[in-house]
Write a protein that binds this ligand. Structure first.
Ligand code: ADP
Ligand code: MG
Ligand code: ZN
Length: 720
């Protein structure tokens, strides 16, 4: 009897389970459909063609731009008992001939080549003799001008395939999810009625943050010192910067290595090995580093500079925490980064059209550095996903900043832009608002504008930041290009006229009100220390300080509640949960033990008495924000009323209710969706699937919004 897919996977790859999305992709290929597979970096794309290669008759041709990785892949396939080979420019003519000969004899299941190889007559002749059953195109975004590394040679794949007598199956793989790239892949490669699989790009364990405070090397130094025993990558923009950062860090006794294309192969190998085997704490590298590195426990990726676009950023940052454990992705932003990237675009040999595209992407990257919205949501939106909530609770904007009414300040900026006739860049607008005596300001007579100096209580740097923020939030637009001009967008009108309030997340939240010498915290810390000793790991590996602090604040007393604490994952819950709960329960007065019926929400510790009898001041009950909204809703308030009372947008309240509904809180569905609407939504979902909501929304009438779609799905158990 032939082996099943699962048996084959276990036998050759040793995996018993598919990673998310893999099974569908493999099935699609095995049922002879052209396939587009979009999985994030580390999502396991290779298996998706390697496994079918073993199950289909004939040979699988793998086309990949990454010559450096071919040997690794072929070697590791060999270790698993799978015969494969590669043909690329690293081989001499005799070697190529030998391998082609072996391919003819049917020796290989998989053959790796770069796209340029298809132009070779010798290769082409042999391919026409082979029973090719599948062509897998890895890094398929290279076919698209909209992708981040366009390779013209990819454009020839489609016509080459079309010229074959017998058309093999085509499967394209990429980690780039934008619609444009996807369309280019389908058209550029000539895929026929492809099945498209997109797995969520969300990486919940990654904590995103943007640091704008300056002093980058000091930041990195302090980060490394305060995270001993944790390894990670530091990306610098240029070789020169990598060199100097490396020097500075090692001069201060930090254990780092460096990696860039200016070093010899040997040096780079050593650096990489040292990093992979934890012999150094961090590797300082340019973007030459990382492709094909499979170090799963990188705990941080720090970008010393802003990269050119989010595709590159997310790919590089995504190398942190591939093991699923918490990891930091920190971008150290300085305004000068923008100039560097613009310079690089200008200097490049790209066509004017391509330059325009690059400027657009750069602006999205700049906006990421300035948005006050959830950073994760921002990234996912960029890649075409619509996340469920706009508060991920695991990025700096969600964690550390509080919504604040900035209407008046925004009005000042917007009207200044207007009065300057929307013809100048950020720095001049800021200078006028700050009341600068610069020649350019005075010569143009801007000191006579009514907006001159109306923000003189701000530092110019802060005004620049704020203008960038308004661009990122869509109230202003930047013309892009070499000398960008700031202009008003339609969204600015209602703000200028005072019809709309502008709430922006920008003021640091007050730190959790807890004295760190509090007894509960100390007891938790003692327990953590004991565990760390037993397991021979540093204490923060068990739980971070912030996690203990949150525990001390919320006092979770059952596993479900403990799981709500940031930093408590399933595994740690299983390993340590019970012991931490025991400690917490020691500090809960007996009469406060019974739980709210039906709720697993962590509860605040209002009246915790210490062992010594010293009473800790009672804190504000900290109920999760979505639960507060839900409570107001269930008291009969309208969404608008709740939004007004809470100083939040209706959108936010909707997302709160969605979260509450998902957590099982009661909902009067018919208030939001009628029966026919619900039916229509379910019908549409039946056709489009539930992976992404944008296509569902598109297929539905205008008056059905995302909120209604989500509620309908939750009600029917289709969204979890
Ligand atoms: P991608 O090309 O999508 O970035 P890879 O194909 O390099 O990802 O796979 C990333 C890692 O995941 C590799 O170490 C691979 O061995 C591992 N992997 C792939 N599929 C599975 C699976 N089903 N179970 C466990 N590990 C897997
Ligand atoms: Mg890959
Ligand atoms: Zn967030």
């Amino acid at each position: 009897m032939p082996m099943t897919v699962n048996q084959t996977m276990k036998k050759f790859f040793g995996f018993t389970e598919f990673k998310p999305g893999q099974q569908e992709i493999v099935d699609s290929i095995l049922s002879k459909h052209d396939t587009v597979a979009i999985l994030p970096t580390g999502g396991g794309k290779s298996l998706c063609y390697q496994l079918p290669a073993l199950m289909l008759p004939g040979v699988t041709l793998v086309i990949s731009p990454l010559i450096a990785l071919m040997k690794d892949q072929v070697d590791s396939l060999g270790m698993q008992g799978i015969s494969s080979s590669y043909i690329n420019s690293s081989l001499n003519a005799a070697q190529v001939k030998e391998r082609l000969y072996q391919a003819c004899r049917g020796k290989y299941r998989l053959l790796y080549v770069a796209p340029e190889r298809l132009q070779s007559e010798q290769f082409d002749n042999i391919m026409r003799e082979l029973p090719l059953s599948l062509i897998a195109i890895d890094e398929a975004h290279c076919v698209s001008q909209w992708g981040h590394d366009f390779r013209p040679s990819f454009l020839s794949i489609g016509s080459w395939v079309a010229s074959l007598k017998q058309r093999p199956l085509l499967a394209a793989f990429t980690a780039t999810a934008t619609t444009r790239v996807r369309e280019d892949i389908i058209n550029g490669l000539g895929l026929q009625q492809p099945r498209i699989y997109i797995n969520s790009f969300d990486r919940p364990n990654l904590r995103f943050s943007v640091e704008k405070s300056g002093g980058r090397s000091r930041f990195i130094r302090e980060y490394l010192q305060s995270h001993p025993g944790q390894a990670g990558i530091i990306y610098a923009a240029t070789r020169k910067e990598a060199d100097s950062l490396y020097q500075e860090l090692s001069a201060r006794g930090l254990s780092v290595s460096k990696y860039h294309a200016g070093m010899s192969n040997g040096e780079r190998n050593t650096a990489q090995e040292d990093f992979i085997h934890d012999r150094v704490q961090a590797i300082v590298a340019t973007n030459a580093f990382g492709l094909g590195i499979d170090k799963s426990n990188a705990r941080f990726v720090i970008h010393h500079n802003m990269p050119r676009h989010l595709e590159a950023y997310y790919q590089e940052a995504g190398r942190a925490g591939r093991d699923g454990e918490a990891a930091d992705c920190i971008l150290l932003y300085q305004p000068a980064d923008i100039q560097v990237q613009k310079y690089l675009i200008e200097q490049s040999v790209l066509s004017p059209e391509r330059k325009g595209i690059e400027y657009g992407k750069l602006q999205s990257m700049i906006d990421y550095c300035h948005t006050s919205a959830c950073l994760r949501t921002y990234i996912l939106n960029y890649f075409g996903e619509t996340p469920l909530t706009d508060n991920c609770t695991n990025c700096t904007n969600c964690l550390e900043y509080e919504l604040r009414d900035m209407t008046v300040e925004a009005q000042k900026v917007l009207s200044c832009v207007y009065r300057m006739r929307q013809q100048y860049g950020i720095s001049l607008v800021a200078a006028v608002l700050a009341g600068s005596k610069q020649k350019r300001v005075l010569q143009s007579g801007f000191d006579r504008l009514s907006t001159y100096g109306i923000m003189s209580d701000w530092q110019t740097r802060q005004i620049v930041e704020f203008i960038n923020l308004l661009i990122a939030e869509g109230y202003l637009s930047s013309s892009g290009g070499k000398y960008p001009v700031v202009m008003l967008t339609p969204a600015a009108n209602p703000v200028l006229r005072g019809q709309e309030k502008l709430m922006i997340r920008m003021i640091p939240k007050p730190a959790i009100d807890i004295d760190t010498d509090n007894d509960v915290f100390e007891a938790l810390r003692a327990l953590r220390y004991t565990i760390a000793q037993q397991e021979q790991v540093p204490p923060y590996v068990v739980f971070a300080d912030s996690t203990l602090r949150e525990m001390a604040s919320f006092m979770p007393r059952n596993p479900e509640a403990l799981l709500q604490i940031t930093g408590v994952g399933e595994l740690k819950l299983k390993k340590y949960g019970q012991r931490f709960i025991e400690v917490i329960c020691r500090y809960i007065p007996d009469d406060d033990i019974e739980d709210l019926p039906g709720k697993t929400e962590a509860r605040p510790s209002n009246a915790v008495n210490s062992k010594k009898g010293r009473s800790i001041p009672s804190r504000n009950p900290k109920i999760p924000t979505h639960v507060i909204s839900w409570q107001m809703y269930s008291e009969g308030k309208s969404l608008k009323e709740i939004a007004r009372e809470r100083d939040l947008t209706v959108n936010t309240i909707q997302s709160h209710l969605v979260r509450a509904a998902m957590a099982g809180y009661a909902m009067k569905w018919e208030q939001f969706i009628s029966n026919p609407q619900e039916e229509l939504i379910l019908q549409t979902v039946g056709e489009t699937g539930t992976e992404r909501l944008a296509p569902v929304k598109e297929a539905l009438p205008e008056d059905i919004d995302y909120f209604m779609i989500r509620l309908a799905l939750i009600k029917n158990g289709l969204l979890r």
